[in-house]
Ligand binder design. Structure first.
Ligand SMILES: *Cc1c(COP(=O)(O)O)cnc(C)c1O
Length: 360
């Protein structure tokens, strides 16, 4: 067996220690005589797995008691609809700040349910920076302000929460949740698809302030209603049990690795290693404004795009996979989520140097 160094944007690499534990427990989960995939979600065994995962996530993220944690399905994309369905609370519209394609998609979907005000956008600059919050055109009557703290395709990340003057801040944290400490109390709602920094695809985490739920629009299906989900411990129907279990193991892995403070330091070092190399030469380029660069997704282009295919082929031969950039921006992208090691990033930098030496 040989594992590659996997830079995929999602589904993405998972900690080896977690995979090994899943493997060890696969046929017989702790004396139950079955795998977690095969047990009833109403069974005591699974209930304990589910509750422990929530407890660990609350501890790791330091989630205040007045926030509900929901384990949902449908990915971040489903939340693009569930958020307006649940959070409009009779208001006419919501503010969206566009710093990449995911935020734009979220705004488009919200447009089916309410008046969408684009409070700021960097689309004209091909999403290479975050518009200065001082210039955002926020609507004081908006139901919420939606941001995408890390734009996975463009490699643009907020490094501080914007002040939304009391209007609830809603964040699609799919690609940077759990990557460093965050003050949850600054947010009305946080959502994230699991497959980047949490666990297997199929699970979506929602963290929502209690007072914002319970006023879903009348047409909201019950399983998309945050209040109904909260009142039923996210088990209104069969949850994505196996993904929930593996995610719980990832939360424990984070605890074992210094919590979010430790993980955040490690991520900062990994990102610095790659960006310092990018900034110190002319062959590769990252187009994002320095203060807004992502610590999770690092897009870069080669001086000569005709060498892209050769770069990727050589990378694959060196055991480095998932580096092809998103089709909308081209070039390369290295996703360096929590489970990517410093050694993995070093291997990428070594390969990039060697490629310049031989082909640059
Ligand atoms: C990947 C991603 C999505 C889409 O997630 P799905 O779970 O596939 O719906 C949305 N937003 C961001 C920021 C992402 O990185």
């Amino acid at each position: 067996m040989k594992r590659v160094i996997n830079f995929s944007a999602g589904p993405a690499t998972l900690p080896v220690a977690v995979l090994q534990q899943v493997q060890a427990e696969l046929l017989d989960w702790r004396g139950s005589g079955m795998s977690v995939m095969e047990m009833s979600h109403r069974d005591k065994a699974f209930m304990s797995i589910a509750q422990e995962a929530e407890k660990d996530l609350r501890e790791v993220m330091n989630i205040p008691a007045n926030y509900k944690v929901l384990f949902m399905q449908g990915g971040a994309t489903a939340q693009f609809s569930f958020v307006p369905m649940n959070l409009l609370r009779g208001k006419a519209g919501a503010d969206y700040v566009l710093t990449g394609d995911w935020g734009k998609k979220a705004a488009k979907e919200a447009g089916r349910y309410c008046k969408v005000n684009i409070a700021a956008s960097s689309e004209a600059d091909r999403y290479t920076h975050i518009p200065d919050p001082a210039g955002w055109k926020l609507d004081p009557d908006a139901a919420y302000v939606h941001i995408t703290p890390n734009e996975t395709i463009h490699g643009v990340e907020f490094h501080a929460e914007p002040d939304t003057q009391g209007v609830p801040l809603v964040a699609d944290m799919s690609s940077n949740i759990l990557s460093r400490p965050v003050d949850v109390s600054r947010y009305g709602l946080i959502y994230a698809g699991a497959q980047k920094n949490i666990g297997p695809a199929g699970l979506t985490i929602v963290i929502v302030r209690e007072d914002l739920i319970g006023q879903a629009a009348a047409m909201t299906p019950g399983i998309f209603d945050y209040k109904q989900m909260a009142d039923n411990e996210s088990m209104l129907n069969t949850p994505p049990c196996f993904a929930w279990y593996v995610s719980g193991l990832v939360f424990k892995w984070i605890k074992d690795n210094g919590g979010l403070a430790g993980i955040g330091e490690r991520n900062a070092r990994k990102a610095a290693l790659l960006y310092d190399y990018l900034d110190g030469q002319d062959f590769y380029r990252n187009p994002v404004k320095k203060e807004n660069r992502s610590r999770m997704n690092v897009p870069f282009t080669l001086a000569n795009a005709e060498l892209d295919a050769e770069f990727l082929k050589g990378a694959k031969a060196a055991g480095l996979t998932g580096l092809k950039g998103h089709r909308s921006v081209g070039g390369m992208r290295a996703s360096i989520y929590n489970a990517m090691t410093l050694e993995g990033v070093q291997a990428l930098v070594d390969y990039m140097k060697e490629f310049v030496r031989t082909r640059g």
